[in-house]
Ligand binder design. Structure first.
Ligand code: NDP
Length: 278
């Protein structure tokens, strides 16, 4: 059985390390998992070949893969992105395990989403996955906050009905919304790069209750500037590695039809990230 991950670039992907460890633990020497570096112009050709049983799809292909598939499920349709493809009797089926991965990661940390007031920062694919996932497990309200308010509004319109109350705002609304928030999900890519510190400084952590949990979906660095500042303000934090493990585990379970070894995948991920396993 041939599996893999397709993206461009792909060298940075942590999925091969996680999946190799899982396959070894499961004794599946008959399964391979490779990283395929496929530029946008090569994507259609890649999916026209029948050499694989399943692939993970990562940047920049999560949306552009959709027209190349025979079918996508309701979750992928709602999120508007596919991160997992399964070949089933020759047909290519797309799904998205990010929403379920996020929910599992929070459950594992004991964070209660049912009835929670949630704030999602960002309006891209990860933010959509967060709204679908957290709305699906009973968040009381979800406020989507983005630097371009129009993008937050488009998300809220597309995903209307995902939560009893789903609202859209610009960044200037953060301090006003803060007191009602139980869970803040940082779903922008702003904590990845050079502007991470100034982005984190723009979040009014002092306006949140001390009971608020702050999760950053960015996992490299593991402790982002947002998580560090949230901790400094006495708030509880959850990093993005749990979501990455669980979205990968959900894809692997889907392909193999057995439960994936979560702890083995987590250890491999943390090792690949250079951190000590916790
Ligand atoms: P997208 O490119 O689809 O969206 C990025 C979002 O971040 C956009 O809303 C963008 O706004 C916003 N943004 C970028 N820079 C800034 C900034 N300086 N200030 C405010 N907003 C900003 O990316 P994804 O949604 O796919 O991914 C977002 C992050 O989530 C990634 O960094 C990724 O690593 C992480 N992720 C983690 C996963 C996990 O398993 N832990 C799974 C999936 C994603 P604008 O449109 O205005 O540029």
């Amino acid at each position: 059985m041939r599996l893999g991950v397709v993206g461009h670039p792909i060298a940075h992907s942590l999925s091969p390390a996680m999946v190799a460890a899982a396959l070894a633990a499961l004794g599946r020497t008959d399964v391979t998992y490779d990283a395929f570096d496929v530029p946008p112009e090569g994507l259609a050709r890649f999916f026209s070949r029948d050499g694989f049983a399943g692939v993970n799809v990562t940047l920049p292909h999560k949306q552009s893969v959709i027209p190349l598939l025979d079918e996508i499920d309701d979750v992928a349709r709602a999120i508007g992105a596919v991160n997992t493809v399964v070949r089933d009797r020759g047909r290519l089926l797309g799904t998205n395990t990010d929403a379920a991965g996020l929910v599992r990661a929070l459950e594992e940390e004991g964070v209660v989403v049912r009835g929670a007031g949630v704030l999602v920062l960002g309006a891209g694919g990860a933010a959509r996955a967060a709204v679908v996932g957290l709305g699906g497990v009973g968040a009381r309200s979800i406020a989507v906050v983005a630097r371009r308010e129009g993008e937050a509004e488009a998300l809220a319109t597309d995903l209307a009905g995902s939560a009893p109350v789903l609202t859209a705002h610009g960044l200037d609304a953060l301090a006003r919304l803060a007191p009602e928030i139980d869970l803040l999900v940082q779903a922008t890519s702003a904590t990845l790069g050079a502007g991470a510190e100034s982005f984190a400084l723009g979040i009014p952590f002092e306006a949140f209750e001390k009971t608020t949990t702050v999760m950053d979906l960015v996992y490299r660095p593991r402790i982002t500037a947002v998580l560090r500042r949230a901790e400094e303000h006495g708030l509880r934090t959850v990093d993005g590695t749990g979501m990455l493990v669980h979205q990968g585990a959900a894809a692997l379970s889907r392909w193999l039809g057995v439960a994936a070894p979560i702890d083995v995948m987590r250890s491999a991920l943390l090792e690949a990230l250079g951190g000590a396993p916790s």
